[in-house]
Design a protein around this ligand. Structure first.
Ligand code: ADP
Ligand code: MG
Length: 334
């Protein structure tokens, strides 16, 4: 049974950046305004995330890493209307099957923090002979989640991910995209032991400020705002795209659907071909798109590791987004 769980978990959590994405979403769900990420060896040795959110109730700490344990789903009907990121209750469980996981958490009305270690979904004693319940300790309000030795029990996966520099780049990409999308939250991301954070956004900074900090002044100063909605097609989108004033050689997409970082190949292809067709020298797009779709219309049943999502009225909505960007770019150049 444990091997089956491990294989399943290794498919949900397939690399460090993917674990980080789940952990960031949990921190955001907990109402955090500050999220700090610490990394060793591209997240393979250590992946740590500290937030100042509402924390976890001590009595819930036993079950938090069991599969399908979620505080975010009250009834079956919620499945279609759920607004938060997570609803599957599988992320922490999966991480505990492929890494050494520890959680320290403190709710604001608690006198102290509690810490627990988990292996294969179960809370385990932190030292030989210790009890299997969370241990009181010092800590700030919020939650610190530490995953160590990722894939220690899946040697083939560990070998496949030995380029830690590459894994760190992916981690930075995920963290910085969430930082752009959540300008109300201060994000930091650093390699443990290095004095300077690679990502360091301020709470309440504007979206443009965050884009400038992460992607550079050239891109930031070329951005134009786009926005459109349609009651009939049941979508709403806004965002920023690069204009003709800045030639890009590589496209950069930050696509959020209902606040989840996703991929949607049709949108990407359509926006890219718009840029090649109307801008000089085959310029490529920078596009940060914040798309909201009625939750019922998003296909949430795709495999959890797949960033790719599908949604209802996809052709029409993609067409409308491209049309909106097209109009805006033409305005810019006349
Ligand atoms: P899901 O997010 O789908 O509910 P997870 O496995 O990601 O499932 O998390 C399980 C539960 O653990 C969440 O429902 C939430 O109650 C709790 N949790 C996880 N991370 C945090 C956090 N950073 N702050 C507060 N609660 C958390
Ligand atoms: Mg979650």
């Amino acid at each position: 049974e444990s091997v089956i769980n491990r294989i399943a978990a290794g498919e949900i959590i397939n690399r460090p950046s993917n674990a980080l994405k789940e952990l960031i979403e949990n921190s955001l769900d907990a109402g955090s305004t500050s999220i700090s990420i610490g990394i060793k060896d591209g997240g393979m040795k250590l992946l740590q995330i500290q937030d100042n959110g509402h924390g976890i109730r001590t009595e819930d700490m036993h079950i938090i890493c069991e599969r399908f344990t979620t505080s975010k789903l009250q009834s079956y009907e919620d499945l279609s209307t759920i607004q938060t990121y997570g609803f599957r209750g599988e992320a922490l469980a999966s991480i505990s099957h492929v890494a050494h996981l520890s959680i320290t958490t403190k709710q604001a009305d608690s006198d102290c923090a509690y810490k627990a270690n988990y292996i294969d979904g179960k809370l385990v004693p932190s030292r030989p002979g210790g009890g299997s319940s969370p241990e009181p300790c010092a800590g700030n309000n919020g939650t610190v989640i530490t995953a160590e030795d990722l894939f220690y029990n899946i040697p083939s996966r560990k070998t496949a991910l030995k380029n830690t520099r590459d894994e760190y780049i992916r981690i930075f990409e995920v963290a910085s995209r969430y930082a752009v999308h959540n300008s109300g939250v201060a994000f930091t991301c650093r390699k443990v032991g290095t004095p300077k954070a690679d990502l360091n956004t301020q709470k309440g900074a504007t979206t443009i400020t965050n884009i400038r900090q992460i992607f550079g002044a050239k891109i930031a100063s070329s951005l134009v705002e786009v926005q459109r909605s349609d009651k009939h097609l049941e979508y709403e989108f806004k965002g920023y795209v690069s204009s003709a004033t800045h030639e890009m050689h590589k496209s950069i997409f930050l696509l959020f659907i209902n606040h989840r970082l996703v991929d949607n190949t049709p949108i990407k292809r359509a926006v890219e071909s718009l840029y090649t067709s109307i801008l000089p020298k085959a310029s490529r797009p920078f596009a940060y798109l914040d798309l909201r779709i009625k939750p019922q219309n998003v296909d949430v049943n795709v495999h959890p590791t797949k960033r790719e999502v599908r949604f209802l009225n996809e052709d029409s909505i993609v067409g409308a987004i491209v049309d909106c960007i097209h109009t805006k770019l033409l305005d810019q150049n006349t």
